[in-house]
Ligand binder design. Structure first.
Ligand code: SF4
Length: 353
C-alpha cells in the first residue's frame, strides 16, 4: 500500500479548498516562516463550511502564527540543553530521546519543535551521527528506555526502522523502545505489515504512543491501522495536546479519551500547550486546563484518565500539572517544582530566553 502525497504548499491548500482566496497572502507569510503540510486523508476530513473546524485549526496555517509573544521560545522544552550528541536528548537518568528524523507527514500549527522540524529543519541523522547516537546509548547502562521521536519516526522506511531496531536489540540494558507518532491517524495507509514488523526488536518491548487531539481523527482507516499495530502485539498509549478551539471542551475531551480506550490505546499524556513561537492562540491557562481535567475525574471511567503534564520551560522536565507540584501564586502565575525539587515560575519571568 502506498500512502498518498501530502499537500505541502499554500497553493495546494488553496486548490483543495482549505485556504480562502482572501487568506492566501497571510497563509503564504506563515508558510515562509513555518513548514506546512497535511495528508490527503486529513484534508478530506475537514468541513470547508465550518470556520471553526477542529481539524483545520490543527493543520491549516493561520495569520495568528505571525504573532510571537515575549515568553515564547524556539526551544520551549529545552531539548538543546540536554543534547550530548546529535540526535540524543538525555534529560532523565533512565531514558533518552532518539531523534532520527525531523520530518513529519503533517505539520501541526502548535508544534513544540516547529523550529527544528520540516525539510528546512535538522533533517535526518547521517549514518555517522546515528552511529554516535547508538554508541552513546550502548555505553550507558542506566538507559532503560529509548524513545524514538522527531519529527515522526514512522515516516522512515521499514528498512531504516529495522536497521535502527536491530542495533537497539544488541544493547542488553535497553528494555523498552517507545515510538511517538501521528502516522496511524494522519496517514493510516502507511501502517502496513512491513512497517508494523519493523517496530519490533528481538527481546525488547515496543510501545507506540499515538498523538491525536480530536475524536474525528479516528476514521475507519485510522482505526484499522491502529488495530494492525495492536494485533501485532505492540502496546499503544496516547498523547494529546490540550488546544484552545480543538479539544478545550469537557465533552470533546471525554469522547477523545473514550475513543482511545475503545481502540485499545491507554490514555497517557495530556500536554499543556508549550510556549512555542506563534502559538498563543492555542494556549489555555493552567487554571483552565486543570478545570477541564477535573471534569474528567469521576465522570469518565478510570481507564480514560490521562496524566495532565506541563513541560517546564527551560528543559527542567515534566511535572503533573494537576498535582501539588504546581501551586497557584499571584496574578495567574504558578510555582512549579521539578523532579529534582527545584522551583520555577510558570509562565516564566525571563521572556523568550
Ligand atoms: S507530528 Fe509532532 S513533531 Fe511533527 S509537527 Fe506535529 S507535533 Fe510537531
Amino acid at each position: 500500500m502506498t500512502a498518498a502525497r501530502s499537500l505541502t504548499t499554500v497553493a495546494e491548500f488553496f486548490e483543495a479548498g482549505l485556504v480562502a482566496e482572501e487568506k492566501r497572502a497571510e497563509a503564504r507569510a506563515v508558510a515562509e516562516r513555518y513548514t506546512v503540510a497535511i495528508t490527503p486523508s486529513l484534508a478530506a476530513l475537514i468541513d470547508r463550511d465550518d470556520p471553526l473546524d477542529p481539524i483545520a485549526r490543527q493543520f491549516v496555517p493561520d495569520a495568528a502564527e505571525l504573532v510571537t509573544l515575549p515568553e515564547e521560545r524556539a526551544d520551549p522544552i529545552g531539548d538543546l540543553a540536554h543534547s550530548p550528541v546529535e540526535g540524543i536528548v538525555h534529560r532523565y537518568p533512565d531514558r533518552v530521546l532518539l531523534k532520527a528524523v525531523h520530518v513529519c507527514p503533517v505539520y501541526c500549527r502548535f508544534c513544540f519543535r516547529r523550529e527544528m522540524v520540516g525539510p528546512e529543519g535538522l533533517g535526518t541523522l547521517s549514518p555517522a551521527a546515528l552511529d554516535a547516537a547508538i554508541a552513546y546509548i550502548a555505553e550507558r547502562p542506566e538507559i532503560w528506555e529509548v524513545i524514538l521521536t522527531g519529527g515522526d519516526p514512522l515516516v522512515l522506511s521499514p528498512r531504516r526502522l529495522t536497521a535502527i531496531m536491530e542495533r537497539l536489540a544488541t544493547i542488553p540494558h535497553v528494555k523498552i523502545v517507545r515510538f511517538h507518532t501521528r502516522v496511524p491517524a494522519v496517514d493510516p495507509a502507511r501502517v502496513d505489515a512491513a512497517l508494523v514488523a519493523a517496530l519490533k526488536a528481538s527481546g525488547k518491548t515496543t510501545y507506540v504512543a499515538l498523538h491525536a487531539n480530536h475524536p474525528r481523527e479516528f476514521t475507519t482507516e485510522a482505526r484499522a491501522a491502529i488495530a494492525r499495530i495492536v494485533d501485532a502485539g505492540l502496546v499503544m498509549i496516547s498523547q494529546t495536546v490540550l488546544l484552545k478551539g480543538v479539544n478545550d471542551d469537557a465533552g470533546v475531551l471525554a469522547e477523545l479519551m473514550r475513543t482511545f480506550v475503545e481502540n485499545r490505546i491507554k490514555p497517557y499524556y495530556l500536554h499543556h500547550p508549550d510556549l512555542a513561537p506563534g502559538t498563543s492562540h492555542f494556549r489555555l491557562t493552567l487554571a483552565e486546563g486543570r478545570a477541564l481535567v477535573e471534569s474528567l475525574r469521576g465522570h469518565v471511567s478510570g481507564l480514560c484518565q490521562p496524566t495532565y503534564i506541563l513541560d517546564i520551560p527551560g528543559g527542567h522536565g515534566k511535572v503533573r500539572a494537576d498535582s501539588r507540584a504546581v501551586e497557584e501564586a499571584d496574578d495567574g502565575c504558578f510555582r512549579v517544582r521539578d523532579f529534582r525539587g527545584e522551583t520555577h515560575l510558570y509562565p516564566p519571568e525571563d521572556g523568550g530566553a
